[in-house]
Design a protein around this ligand. Structure first.
Ligand SMILES: Nc1ncnc2c1ncn2[C@@H]1O[C@H](COP(=O)(O)OP(=O)(O)O)[C@@H](O)[C@H]1O
Ligand SMILES: O=C(O)C1=C[C@@H](OP(=O)(O)O)[C@@H](O)[C@H](O)C1
Ligand SMILES: [Mg+2]
Length: 165
């Protein structure tokens, strides 16, 4: 089986759903953010603060290329689709899944979150980022799963049924 890649906005549930999905399928779980943090020995906010978003995007693109292989679930960061190269790469992959959420759901889930530098900004900036990225996710994904009213467990089940596994 090809690896399963989860994409979507911050708070869509990529990391939580990815972990649960890998447990269900009994395969390895990778999260591009975790790999970057481990390899740099820095937190995501520290990388943004010290080196800026552009540098983080390079690290993220390198990790994405490196981790695609068989039999694993890969959760990405919400901004992986910012680079066109990544969008093309993801679109060529048959199991790229867009976890789709409306902005209201994201606000609820990330209400007290301080760990995401690009969420930690004004309402207008958040809205702009959310709107801009929607078509990027659509472009990069082959499967779309709407998650607003689903628990993590039910999202996993919906993915499994869409993948017909
Ligand atoms: N389907 C869901 N229902 C309720 N809460 C969720 C759901 N998916 C994620 N969450 C919660 O939202 C927050 C962000 O989830 P996370 O998996 O880190 O998202 P992402 O990796 O897409 O940014 C976490 O607190 C998580 O427990
Ligand atoms: O949307 C983004 O640009 C980002 C999303 C984060 O991952 P999650 O989507 O898992 O929160 C993380 O990669 C970083 O803070 C940047
Ligand atoms: Mg995540």
């Amino acid at each position: 089986m090809e690896s399963i890649i989860l994409i979507g906005f911050m708070g869509a549930g990529k990391s939580s759903v990815g972990k649960a999905l890998s447990t269900e399928l009994n395969i390895q779980f990778l999260d591009t953010d975790h790999i970057i943090e481990r390899e740099t020995n820095l937190s995501i906010p520290q990388i943004f603060e010290l080196y800026g978003e552009g540098h983080f995007r390079k690290l993220e693109a390198d990790v994405l290329k490196k981790v695609i292989s068989q039999d694993q679930v890969i959760s990405t960061g919400g901004g992986i689709v910012e680079l066109e190269m990544n969008r093309q790469f993801l679109a060529q992959h048959s199991h790229t899944i867009f976890l789709k959420t409306n902005l209201q759901t994201i606000f609820k889930r990330l209400e007290t979150d301080q760990s995401r530098p690009l969420w930690n900004q004004s309402y207008v900036k958040r809205l702009e980022l959310f709107n801009k990225r929607q078509m990027y996710y659509e472009e990069a994904a082959n499967i779309v799963v709407q998650t607003d009213y689903l628990s993590i467990e039910n999202t996993v089940n919906k993915i499994l049924s869409q993948l017909k596994l």
